[in-house]
Design a protein around this ligand. Structure first.
Ligand code: 13P
Length: 340
């Protein structure tokens, strides 16, 4: 695939007013989500839940792409249409979780490195044949006493770059996801410092591995106060710190920054995105690739009951719509009232 084709896929994922749904929870994560609503995590239940999300009427107005877990990429609607085909018919681009998760980094207690490079070329080639057009690899940077270490950042940045290079070779747009974990007592200033150091290292490695930045997207965490920090930064402070940090560390050649929500409430994730877009004047699109912040309220409303599906879909549509408005810096509290 040519560089231009990769660029046009990357751009098609971040058009005005649209963002990405992350629905690529691995087996352990989706089990935790289903446990929270007392639904058994069977393959059949996961399929039903994801069909409900993907068939929500009108989501394509706000959702450009959906990241899938391998199991979902191979599943079909009840009527027998493979999910990637269903999504393509709505103009939604399918993506695939390419990593196999974080594992303890030997010699560095409290830190992890994301695995999945062995056999990646072959797996990605098959995913592309199944309809995936982009990939995602999540690296986790834990914050704590003496954490992260430079070695922890380096190992994760290196793996992200190797993944991204293989993705582009195979013809998939790599979404590069370095997540600075929000759990901890750290201040927003410390988060900004770590986020900047991580992003700079990630772009150093992407450059060293000859990754074409125009054909990538960045999926980062926002610059936030740690969840247990006694002083919590407000929405405007978060937006300003995040934009400042990214202007320093993310090359202008990257078409889009698509944030993860990382455990923020659905509403707060929307407010933060909105405030960043209201600041404006950034070289990249500022968009979303939320998992929990798009699915949380929907999952709760669904509760595993088909009788609740229509209501759950309305809630999903509304969340996507609020985040779409936040892409323009035009989200208002009144939009939430409409949702209720
Ligand atoms: P959250 O928005 O729930 O953090 O999920 C996004 C994601 O894809 C994590 O890898």
């Amino acid at each position: 695939m040519s560089t231009q084709e990769l660029e046009s896929i990357a751009q098609a994922l971040v058009p005005a007013g649209k963002g990405i749904l992350a629905a690529d929870e691995g087996t352990a994560t989706i089990k935790r989500r289903f446990d929270s609503i007392n639904v058994e995590s069977t393959e059949a239940n996961r399929r039903v839940y994801r069909e409900m999300l993907f068939t929500t009427p009108g989501t394509e107005e706000f959702i450009s792409g959906i990241i899938l877990f391998e199991e979902t990429l191979r599943q079909s609607t009840e009527g027998g249409t493979p999910f990637p085909e269903l999504l393509a018919s709505k103009g939604i681009i399918s993506g695939i979780k390419a990593d196999t998760g974080p594992h303890d980094l030997a010699g560095f207690p409290g830190e992890t490195v994301t695995e999945g490079l062995d056999g990646l070329r072959e797996r990605l080639t098959e995913y592309r044949e199944l309809g995936a057009k982009f990939g995602k690899w999540r690296a986790v940077i834990n914050v704590g006493d003496g954490l992260p270490t430079q070695s922890g950042i380096d190992a994760n940045a290196h793996a992200l770059a190797r993944y991204a290079a293989i993705c582009q070779e195979v013809g998939l747009v790599p979404i590069v996801e370095p997540e600075v974990f929000m759990e901890g007592t750290h201040t927003i200033e410390r988060c900004e410092e770590i986020t900047e150091a991580t992003l700079k290292r990630v772009y150093f490695e992407l450059h060293a591995h000859r990754v074409v930045l125009e054909g990538t997207l960045l999926k980062p965490s926002m610059v936030l106060s740690g969840t247990d920090c006694p002083v919590q930064a407000g929405v405007q402070e978060v937006a300003e710190a995040t934009v400042r940090c990214f202007r320093r560390a993310v090359p202008a050649a990257v078409p889009g920054v698509v944030f993860l929500s990382g455990g923020q409430s659905a509403k707060l994730a929307t407010e933060h995105l909105n405030a960043m877009n209201a600041i404006g004047n950034c070289p990249w699109e500022l968009s979303f690739s939320y998992g929990r912040a798009l699915q949380g309220p929907t999952l709760e409303a669904w509760g595993g009951k088909s009788a609740n599906a229509a209501k759950a879909q309305k809630i999903f549509y509304q969340r996507a719509k609020c985040n779409s408005a936040a892409r323009y810096g035009k989200y208002t509290q009144q939009m939430e009232a409409l949702a209720a």
